[in-house]
Design a protein around this ligand. Sequence first.
Ligand SMILES: NC(=O)CC[C@H](N)C(=O)O
Length: 403
Amino acid sequence: MTAQNAQAAGPAVLVLEDGRTFRGSAYGAVGETFGEAVFSTGMSGYQETLTDPSYHRQVVVMTAPHVGNTGVNDEDPESSRIWVSGYVVRDPARRSSNWRAQRSLDEELVTYGVVGISGIDTRALTRHLRERGAMRVGIFSGAAIADDATLLAKVRNAPEMTGADLAGEVATKEPYVVPAIGPDGEAVPIGTAKFTVAALDLGIKGMTPHRMAERGIEVHVLPANATADDVYAVDPDGVFFSNGPGDPATADHQVAVARAVLDRGTPFFGICFGNQILGRALGFGTYKLKYGHRGINQPVQDRTTGKVEVTAHNHGFAVDAPLDKVSDTPYGRVEVTHVCLNDNVVEGLGLLDKPAFSVQYHPEAAAGPHDAAYLFDRFVELMTATTENTATPKNKKSETKSA
Ligand SMILES: NC(=O)CC[C@H](N)C(=O)O
């Protein structure tokens, strides 16, 4: 993929694996790219979408017609780079207009070599994906444009999302620590925070450790291939599994780690991919949704309180658990705590006999909405209760250690 600027935009072609073709203008980098075509209904927050590692190997179609108005800054990214493999926008802003803007979105896509297309009927494309389901897609511009049959053959040769094991491709290779944040916004010295959490990075977004840090948690972020021994080496009060790209059916290693955590009764919290892994650890299956949930305006009901939240989603798979009854599992009773009100998809799991829960959506919500931030408080409550109920709470353990 070449990274020339597409300002003097030539033509571009988007080809779906079922043969439907859209012709528009090159946007971002010029060249060719492949991925799973998915649509996001977020009206804002495109920078956070582009840099969410869960979008690795996906070509994101924005249903909002006008994108790029606020440009790009160095404060909003959720990771160190853009992860989407392609970007589809109806009507990109010709210039950015915002006091925080440092660069234009078009330039940023060029910098990261992300091939895009603009000027196509994104509503027709979204309706097609809703009817037929998410599918493979290619975007071609510049020298990559060829006859339709050649392009279609290339798209049909690209890897599928079902069966894709991708967390290891996006996660940190080395562990790192995010210190807790004190009441005045200062970093709390490492080793002195009230709680320590081991967070398995499967494609973690920057806002997630931040949401924990601001609640007084020191977060030890570990690579996707971390073992249960690595997790317990940080002496955690709680274990967290992040969001991430790919098919949860491939995450056997992380399912085994989650089971080890459940066996020991350490408080567990999972988000998105983490929810799917908890589901699998409990014995439920996962399945591919027809076109998934992506956007920052999805209604979810917390069945434990009856409250409805407007939430941020980005998932193409879901947990297959019964909505209408408490399930008996090898780890005790489990209930579906959250459900999507659009389609009754499982959006959260809670164990009744162990300190573990998870949600399928994004309570760290960057970009917002922030309705679901209470789930980080629930994790803190779970760690507080577990620490108080244990004969050797963490502070006593360290006294023993230093004695
Ligand atoms: N954001 C996520 O963690 C997504 C999880 C999984 N890759 C899915 O598409 O369902």
